[in-house]
Design a protein around this ligand. Structure first.
Ligand SMILES: Cc1ncc(COP(=O)(O)O)c(C=O)c1O
Ligand SMILES: Nc1c(O)cccc1C(=O)C[C@H](N)C(=O)O
Length: 419
């Protein structure tokens, strides 16, 4: 058993627990929690795998038993399977500030990073007449976020090798100084997976454009948690996963955004039959479809795709908006930082998540000695966050189902675990 808090800590706990109850009572999003399958575990890992929306199993059951079991091949048309990648892309679009017709769902984030980055380099090359023949600069460099989730870095390295570009890893803050007339494309994360830092998507996109390059954003840790504004800020290409704040389920397919005016120039490095202008024409020559469909590759993963489609229904509930979710997310992370400050012995943890709201995503990352062991004990005590090497305790706050009492409890259990 863990040790109780000291007397001062107990007094603070009473106050903060009361405040948490008041905040939960006033929270317009609180009723949404009922729409998810949750137990008495305090689940702060929705930034790795979102919780299961309660209505999804019945929908998946219908897809399997009726659409597949009874309609079989007819379902490609009658159950809307064939057009699901674009249809579900249009459901995600408002959540990331995109008009319809620019997002296609399918494949993993890693695969979509590859498609987007290679396509971006190809467009940058086309702009200067394929290597300077048009009189412009040679576009032969890719910038990648040096703090990125590793898969983006691996893919960028391979994309650079394949396109004959040099790859330079720089922090997002260093990007403006690193841009030049050789830069073809820049791959950035909207929110840093480890620290939870929110990067300046509008400003960095403007800087990338000012040097004639293309911006590719990874939205894994922002979509469904905060406003993104893809159209408003003129983002060129973006990718993201759907199993975190969009609650699509383990391995649910990712998405690719291609800004409408760039779609005719989007030259996919993975041109499969699903992105062909006439997929059932069975032609040997490839001709790309128009629109977001160009981002498709092969047969979509229908079971996962339709589980995701069902999960997105949560966003149709009364009063749910990205703005409301963002406001609650900031209130949750603020409250967590306060509770940690009040309960946890001074110096035992250090927040690496920015305090400023415009620099914070929907998670709090605490640096701590023996973080791996601490997180193991927290999970055993019913508080689920995750450990990210080498020394970070990561807590994700999904406003659709996390409440203020969860936050207070997590900080209290953390303090006891750290003793
Ligand atoms: C920022 C970021 N990009 C990419 C990925 C990996 O995506 P996928 O496994 O869908 O390729 C993750 C998490 O898994 C991530 O956090
Ligand atoms: N995609 C994951 C998986 O298949 C297994 C375990 C974790 C994940 C994750 O999503 C990790 C996550 N992107 C992170 O930010 O660390």
């Amino acid at each position: 058993m863990s040790e109780p808090l000291d007397p001062a800590g107990e007094a603070a706990a009473v106050d903060l627990a009361g405040e948490a109850r008041r905040l939960d009572a006033a929270d317009a999003l609180a009723p949404l929690r009922e729409r998810f399958v949750l137990d008495d575990v305090t689940y702060l890992d929705g930034n790795s795998l979102g919780a299961l929306p309660a209505h999804v199993p019945a929908r998946v059951d219908d897809v399997v038993r009726r659409q597949w079991g009874e309609l079989r091949i007819r379902s490609w048309e009658e159950s809307g399977w064939w057009t699901a990648p674009e249809r579900i892309g249009d459901r995600i679009a408002p959540l990331v500030g995109a008009a319809a017709g620019q997002i296609v769902v399918g494949d993993s984030t890693s695969v979509n990073v590859f498609k987007a980055l290679v396509a971006a380099v190809r467009m940058a090359r086309e702009d200067v007449g394929d290597g300077g023949e048009g009189g412009g600069a040679v576009r032969d460099e890719i910038l990648v976020d040096a703090t990125t989730f590793p898969t983006d870095g691996y893919i960028a390295e391979s994309a650079a090798r394949m396109t004959g570009c040099a790859l330079r890893a720089v922090t997002p803050a260093e990007v403006p100084g690193a841009l030049g007339d050789r830069t073809a494309a820049v791959l950035l994360n909207h929110v840093d997976y480890r620290t939870g830092r929110l990067h300046d998507l509008p400003g960095l996109t403007r800087a990338v454009h000012a040097c004639g390059a293309y911006a590719v954003w990874d939205l894994c840790h922002s979509a469904g948690a905060l406003p993104v504004g893809l159209d408003e800020h003129g983002v060129d290409l973006a990718v993201g996963c759907t199993y975190k704040y969009l609650n699509g389920g383990p391995g649910s397919p990712a998405y690719l955004y291609v800004r409408r005016d760039l779609q005719p120039r989007f030259d996919s490095p993975l041109p499969g039959w699903n992105s062909h202008a006439e997929p059932f024409g069975m032609r040997s020559a490839y001709a790309p479809a128009s629109g977001a469909v160009r981002g498709r590759v092969g047969t979509p993963d229908i079971l996962s795709l339709l589980a995701l489609e069902a999960a997105l229904d949560v966003w149709d509930a009364d009063g749910v908006s990205v703005a409301a979710v963002r406001a609650k997310s900031l209130a949750l992370t603020d409250f967590f930082l306060r509770c940690v400050g009040a309960y946890v012995p001074a110096g035992r943890v250090e927040s690496v998540t920015p305090a400023a709201h415009d620099e914070r995503g929907s998670q709090v990352a605490l640096r701590c000695d023996d973080a791996g062991e601490v997180m193991k004990r927290l999970v055993e005590s019913g508080v689920v966050g995750d450990f990210r090497a080498p020394d970070v305790l990561r807590f994700g706050f999904t406003p659709l189902y996390v409440g203020f009492a969860d936050v207070e409890r997590a900080a209290r259990v953390l303090a006891r675990t750290l003793g």
